[in-house]
Write a protein that binds this ligand. Structure first.
Ligand code: NZQ
Ligand code: ZN
Length: 385
């Protein structure tokens, strides 16, 4: 196992009706900014539940955070926090609102140009306002991690930062608040979580016994949840399982002490930046192609995944690897999520554009061994054509 430090200070408050518990988490004197996205939080009644829980506290609201939150919009929230002298940020939404809120938290006390928080990958942030979240879309794990992905309209960049200062103090996970999601977003959550687990698992073995089996449990759960949740969208237990699996997939636990390969996400972010395809959908394009191109480096883990998650034990090693890659692709396709760039009309010119963005952002040595050069990324994208 590799050396590691594990730290996660986020309190999880899980279950039906738990938004009322906000009252216990916030001081009566807190001056709160409630941040949300478009119309969904109001329409679904989640905002009203939050308002009721805040009671007589002073609070303001900032709506309009986009899917793939932008620096331009978030800087308006920073100005509002400053003018109104607010001291606690409460995100009500999915990954975009939670990530956006983390950026506001770090940008407010930042001396200098806050975009430097992104270009320094988070290192430049020295202080942050406290924040909490009320999750409405299980997918990103943002509710229990210190990552944030922000886009900049003026340049077309989509960059990630991480800093322990922006761990949420608490996150409320009420599966009922996900019932209003369009099925497309629910499935995005299944795919995003699946790939998060994979990026901390599908590398090479380091004998992380608990991490591997924990990851395999999460993958098996997602394989089961995906088709069942399409068939039974109102099933509370399935919603609960998806919500908790999505959180566990990216809260640091399964990734401690094992190698990571975030190639799929790094290429996926560029595809979203350029073509505005939903985050999870970009991952379904890249991940199967990555497995095909990097199958030798990932050979041992592919065989382990084939046997333990899919029960594939027959045939030669190469046959089992072929079969498990086909099955993984089939899982995404079976959920109605395409695995090819052509499904989005992205051709050879598009591949060149995506590679240019990777180069501009120094994404030229990705993967667990740093061997995913631009040339390898090109092969991955061509395989996904
Ligand atoms: O804007 P509204 O009207 O709220 O609609 C949203 C949005 O259009 C809607 N929605 C959310 N909850 C709903 C709902 N609609 C009905 N009922 C509800 N309960 O869903 C749409 C998508 O929301 P968004 O927050 O954008 O989705 P997601 O949670 O998938 O977040 C994606 C963002 O997170 C980043 C991605 O890059 C992307 O910017 N990521 C963040 C990570 C992290 N912080 O750890 C890791 C991820 O890999 C990812 O990169
Ligand atoms: Zn993701």
């Amino acid at each position: 196992m590799l050396n590691f430090e594990f730290y996660n200070p986020t309190r999880i408050i899980f279950g039906k009706g738990m938004i009322a518990k906000l009252d216990e988490q916030l001081s009566p004197q807190a001056r709160v900014l409630v941040l949300y996205g478009g119309a969904s939080a109001e329409r679904s009644g989640t905002l009203n539940e939050v308002r009721a829980a805040l009671g007589s506290r002073t609070f303001r609201e900032f709506g309009g955070i986009e899917a793939n939150p932008t620096y331009e919009t978030l800087m308006k929230a920073v100005a509002m926090v400053r003018e109104e002298k607010l001291d606690f940020l409460l995100a009500v939404g999915g990954g975009s609102v939670m990530d956006g809120t983390k950026f506001v938290a770090a940008a407010l006390p930042f001396e200098g140009e806050p975009w430097d928080i992104l270009t320094s990958k988070g290192e430049a942030a020295k202080k942050a306002l406290p924040l909490g979240t009320v999750v409405t879309l299980p997918a990103t794990g943002s509710e229990m991690n210190c990552l944030s992905v922000i886009s900049r309209q003026s340049t077309g960049d989509k960059l990630l930062f991480s800093n322990p200062l922006v761990y949420p103090r608490f996150s409320v996970l009420d599966p009922m608040r996900t019932m209003s999601l369009p099925m497309k977003q629910v499935i995005n959550g299944v795919v995003d979580s699946f790939v998060h687990v994979m990026e901390q698992y599908m590398t090479h073995p380091v004998d992380g016994m608990a991490q591997d089996r924990f990851s395999e449990g999460l993958l098996s759960s997602l394989l089961e949840i995906g088709p069942r949740i399409i068939a039974a969208p109102e099933d509370y237990d399935l919603r609960s399982n998806l919500m908790w699996v999505a959180t566990l997939a990216l809260n640091g636990l399964i990734g401690a002490g094992v190698p990571h390969d975030w190639t799929t996400h790094m290429i996926g972010h560029e595809i979203t930046a350029k073509y505005h395809i939903d985050h999870a959908r970009t991952l379904a394009i890249v991940f199967p192609a990555l497995l095909k191109v990097c199958r030798e480096a990932k050979r041992a883990k592919l065989l382990q995944y084939a046997e333990r998650v899919w029960g594939l034990t027959e045939g030669s090693e190469d046959e089992r690897i072929d079969a498990v890659i086909r099955k993984t692709e089939g899982f995404f396709e079976g959920l109605g999520v395409p695995t090819r760039l052509s499904a989005y009309d992205i051709g050879p010119d598009g591949i060149t554009d995506i590679l240019k963005l990777l180069e501009a952002h120094d994404m030229t040595a990705l993967g667990e061994h740093g061997e995913v050069t631009l040339e390898v990324s090109r092969r991955i994208l061509e395989t996904a054509a």
